[in-house]
Ligand binder design. Sequence first.
Ligand SMILES: Nc1ncnc2c1ncn2[C@@H]1O[C@H](COP(=O)(O)OP(=O)(O)OP(=O)(O)O)[C@@H](O)[C@H]1O
Length: 507
Amino acid sequence: MGENIFQIDDMLKNELKKDIDYIKVDDMTLKILNSYKNLLNNKNETIIKIKESQINAFSIGDAISDGICVVDKDGIVTAINKGYTQITGIEEHEIVGHHMQILLDKGLFSNAVSLQVLEQKKKITTLSTITGNNKKVLITGNPFFDKEGEVIQVLTVMRDLTELIRLRNNIEEMEKRNEKYLSELNYLRNMNKEDETIIGENHDIKRLIELINYVANTDITVLITGETGCGKEVFSTELHHKSNRKNLPYVKVNCAALPENLIESELFGYEKGAFTGALNKEKLGMFEVANGGTILLDEIGEMPLNLQSKLLRVLQEKEIMRIGGTKSIKLDVRVIAATNQDLSELIKQGKFREDLFYRLNVVPLKIPPLRERKDDIAILAYRFLEKFNIKYSKAKSFGSTAIKALESYSWPGNVRELENSIERLVVIDDNSYITNNDIINILGKDKISLSQVNTNLTLKEAVSVFEKELIENALKKLGSTYKAARALGVTQPTVFRKAKAYGIKLK
Ligand SMILES: Nc1ncnc2c1ncn2[C@@H]1O[C@H](COP(=O)(O)OP(=O)(O)OP(=O)(O)O)[C@@H](O)[C@H]1O
């Protein structure tokens, strides 16, 4: 295709609203422009068509927000788009038709990439500053070659980096803030660790703490068993905090709290639209959330059989596949399982897979119930008393026989029940002492057996507890102090006096 120089006269300049002296065009465009020139004064329809086609060509470039500048082989600017003006503040009439060197001399730019491209005949990318507005721009000059390998045109694309630099500064600022938050989080985690530390001086508990210290920094799977409320979660948390994963996620999943149809997606996640009811975006499962850290599978005995086999595969292969997914995701998660059920009994009943049990039970941690470690009741009770005194701004203390009364109870709800009971004892009234009667009132006198009391209370204290119980029962059953006195073989004034002394309400 031929190359032609087309001279633009004043009338055409005015019509096109462009201050261009000449333009290089191919044969076809030359024909159009000549007819455009000829028809300029009298054939408006044609002019409009030609103008429209030009407008279309320009508007493509104008739709791009980067700045575009075309320079010919002699270094003369032939076209720019609107983006160029927006970035540089240089209007079309100031630049198009002028030589780049002259613009450089005028101080419009700090360097002219297009001239370097013409000289070096290769693509050049450089950072530059627009003198007028101090904007930082990234300019790439692309050479276009003819068949002989000569540069016939340079197209430079200019990207405004001001916004990017601002965003980068923002990101740096946010990263700094994140680091700060992370260290605060770690600090708080360590503070909470203090709270969560296992309380207990009992020989078995000390042995379990030693075991935790021993296995914490391994990846061994641990199965924690014990009655409800005996501290399985406390031990699991301690294990995580003592491991080298302590600053990584610690995810607790209560298998009993999840509806059966949701456990799988909660644990393993799903791909976008994997099943009816799935959200229209992917969902991370708990295993993925815990990746790098520890996952506690609480109430593992409640896991449905079909998921038990999936879990077994995950533990063996150390990878998961999301529901509806096709690729496996590598896992590095420490698994802790906990249950208050007897898994061997569940195995016998066909409700728990034996192979999964052996996978989980690599290190068994069996926490004894509180009634089998009565030596810990006092220390736990005092620690909870301190905690709830602070929480409720009280200054209560235990009366001389209170601890003995606590120790005589069988604590079916274990440490959780003890903790809740102490909380009630603290809030229930404003007396400064918690007496054994307060405790009996809260726990129910029937539950504190005399044989237990005898081993822990002095004879006098035990007699008092027994006496109070007898009088209370008689009054409740018979309705009056006279009848109660007759039934108990004492005088009515004795019943009346003792009832008052024990704080028994008389109707
Ligand atoms: N040794 C302990 N030291 C301090 N607090 C404890 C101890 N054991 C249990 N607790 C407290 O008792 C309550 C119950 O403990 P936890 O939740 O760990 O029991 P659990 O065995 O996991 O119960 P569940 O079987 O119901 O899930 C918690 O408030 C916990 O802080």
